[in-house]
Design a protein around this ligand. Sequence first.
Ligand code: HEM
Ligand code: HEM
Length: 190
Amino acid sequence: MAASDNVTGYDPVWKAMHWLTVAVVLALFLLGGTMSRGTPFLVMWHESLGIFVLLLTLARLLWRATHVPPPLPGGLRPWEAFAAVAVHKLFYVFLVLQPLIGWGLYSLSSNTTLFFGLFPIPKLPLGELAGQAARGVLAGAHGAGAASLAILFVLHAGAALKHHFVLRDNVLLRMAPDALAGALRKLRGE
Ligand code: HEM
Ligand code: HEM
């Protein structure tokens, strides 16, 4: 039996919410980069999935506040433990801020989008902010938020892959769906 067979991982709800967030955020990048005013179908998906990420992140934070995450694996240097926790916290900050900024942009526009085609996404009451300057600031902030998320993604996914394939510890297995654990072990030759 490999030393990594006994993994105290995140619970299944935690894992499901993590990987659903990953899939939706990647889709948001794809849609954000390709949509334009002329493609209302793509805009509908971008704005609906963006609001969905906000709701999903609030659910995750609620889960986190009421459940205990598995402790960080032993053997991390203090700066590594600090960096891991800092990146996780920053992710949560941006997963709340970025959709709110996007929602602000939507609220300042004259378009109405149906949430997954069902009902109109309400407009935030930003009345006194209305104007091209405010739109420009929010658009800049939305671009900067996307860039920050992309940087966090590279640091975080890079660290997870380094732990799995170079340090050969359980960090990735703690968050991996049970069904994939065997395949992930095989990939590193166990
Ligand atoms: C985590 C959530 C989100 C991510 C990662 C994201 C990402 C992006 C990206 C990468 C772009 C292209 C940026 C650019 O071209 O400078 C974009 C544009 C845009 N997003 Fe989002 N977005 C999110 C949430 C939302 C939400 C919730 C809304 C509205 C309800 C929204 C509305 C928009 C709009 C209107 C644009 C076009 C901006 C412009 O005209 O300059 N986004 N988004
Ligand atoms: C948009 C992409 C992603 C976001 C927003 C994200 C976000 C997060 C957050 C917030 C946590 C902390 C969970 C908590 O303790 O509450 C976490 C943990 C984790 N993520 Fe991601 N993640 C993303 C992509 C990935 C990818 C691509 C991988 C693997 C290659 C990955 C592997 C992990 C692992 C292994 C953990 C657990 C770390 C530990 O036990 O300390 N994540 N992620």
